[in-house]
Design a binder for this molecule. Structure first.
Ligand SMILES: [Zn+2]
Length: 142
């Protein structure tokens, strides 16, 4: 599952964007949608990876049992989306370079799986080092 999100993140990096990728899976493990942060590519500050994957999945009758996989701890905005629609589980590549709302989600009954994946850490660490202004813009810390 993380491989799909990581592939999206790497595509984003190659496009000159913020390298965060995500994928939404159904209760049976079917891929419903995948996406990446498109702030730079589309000029859309609301297109974070999790939101892009959520939108790519189209309308779903229910999000019970679904899993959002993301390369990076979800920001408050995407954490709100997870809670709003009742996504059951969030699998997170890493939360070392940025820690968003996953503890808050856990307190509200969302299952959180934190992988602490070295590849995800390296991807973000290099990006934040090379593009600090772009990263601060993305997380609203500018
Ligand atoms: Zn976000």
């Amino acid at each position: 599952m993380l491989a799909t999100a990581l592939a999206e993140a790497r595509t984003g990096l190659a496009e000159g964007g913020v390298p965060v990728g995500a994928a939404l899976y159904g209760p049976d493990g079917t891929l419903l949608g995948r996406g990446r942060n498109l702030r730079v590519q589309d000029g859309d500050p609301s297109l974070h990876a999790e939101t892009a994957a959520f939108r790519a999945a189209g309308r779903q009758r229910s999000y019970r049992g679904t899993t959002m996989v993301t390369t990076l701890s979800p920001c408050w905005y995407c954490s709100g989306l997870v809670r709003q629609f009742g996504i059951s589980r969030v699998v997170i590549g890493e939360a070392r370079t940025f820690s968003g709302g996953h503890d808050w989600l856990a307190r509200h009954g969302v299952e959180i799986v934190l992988l602490d994946d070295a590849e995800c850490v390296a991807l973000m660490r290099d990006f934040v080092r090379d593009h600090p202004a772009l990263w601060n813009e993305d997380i609203g810390a500018g």
